[in-house]
Design a protein around this ligand. Structure first.
Ligand code: GTP
Ligand code: MG
Length: 196
C-alpha cells in the first residue's frame, strides 16, 4: 500500500459540523500528547498536515483529512480523523467537559468510522487513562468496526524494552513518527483492515 496524496478537509467542533457520512474513516484516539497528530503526518508523509505540539492539549477540534492510497494499481480513498486527546487539557472544567462530550459523541455516533486506532505511549503502556480508553472503546465498538492498538514513540525505547512489549503484546504495532520506524507496517495494518 502506497500513499498517493493527503490533504486537510475540515475541522469540526461538534457532530453537526462534521463532513457528510460516507467515506470510510480511521479515527486516531488516545490521551493527550501520545502522538495522534504526529502519526497522521508520518503515515501521509506530510510534515505539518496535522498540527502537533510538545504541549498536551494541542488538538482541540475534530480534524478530517483525506488520504488517497494505491493498492495493486487501484485507488482507495479514506478519511483520517485527528481527535483531541482524552484526559489532559489546560482549560476550565466546563470547557473540558464540553470537548469530551463532543469527542465521545463523534466516537459513538459516527457511522463512517471503520477503524479505531488506539495509540498508547510505548514507554508507559499501562496508564489508567489508556485502560479506561480501551475499556470504553471495547464497550461501544460495532461489529463493522475494528480497534487497532499502536504503540508510539518507539525511538524512545531500549531494545530490551521493545522485546518486553513484543512479549506482552505479540501483535503489537510499534511506531516512531520521528524516525519513521514501523510506519509502513502501521499503514498496511490500518488499510488492509479497511480495504482487505
Ligand atoms: P494532543 O493533540 O494534545 O492530544 O496530542 P497528540 O496526541 O496529537 O500528540 P502530538 O502528535 O502533538 O505529539 C506530542 C509530542 O510528542 C510532540 O512534541 C511530538 O513531537 C512528540 N512525538 C510524537 N510522536 C513521536 C515519536 O514517535 N517519537 C518522539 N520522540 N516524539 C514524538
Ligand atoms: Mg493532536
Amino acid at each position: 500500500i502506497k500513499v498517493k496524496n493527503a490533504f486537510f478537509v475540515k475541522s469540526a467542533s461538534k457532530m453537526e459540523e462534521t463532513t457528510p457520512e460516507g467515506m470510510s474513516e480511521v479515527a486516531f484516539i488516545g490521551r493527550s500528547n501520545v502522538g495522534k497528530s504526529s502519526i497522521i503526518n508520518a503515515l501521509t508523509n506530510k510534515k505539518g498536515l496535522a498540527k502537533s505540539s510538545s504541549t498536551p492539549g494541542k488538538t482541540r477540534l475534530i480534524n478530517f483529512f483525506q488520504i488517497i492510497l494505491d493498492k495493486d494499481g487501484e485507488s482507495y480513498h479514506a478519511q483520517l480523523v485527528d481527535l483531541p486527546g482524552f484526559g489532559y487539557a489546560k482549560v476550565s472544567h466546563s470547557l473540558k467537559a464540553e470537548w469530551q462530550k463532543n469527542l465521545t459523541d463523534y466516537i459513538k455516533k459516527r457511522v463512517s468510522i471503520r477503524v479505531f486506532v488506539h495509540l498508547v505511549d510505548s514507554r508507559h503502556p499501562f496508564l489508567e487513562i489508556d485502560q479506561a480508553v480501551h475499556t470504553y472503546l471495547s464497550e461501544i465498538v460495532r461489529p463493522d468496526q475494528t480497534i487497532l492498538r499502536i504503540f508510539t514513540k518507539l525511538d524512545k525505547l531500549k531494545q530490551s524494552e521493545i522485546s518486553l512489549i513484543k512479549k506482552n503484546y505479540p501483535d503489537a504495532i510499534l511506531v516512531s513518527s520521528s524516525s519513521k520506524k514501523g510506519v509502513d507496517k502501521a499503514l498496511d495494518a490500518i488499510f488492509l483492515t479497511l480495504f482487505g
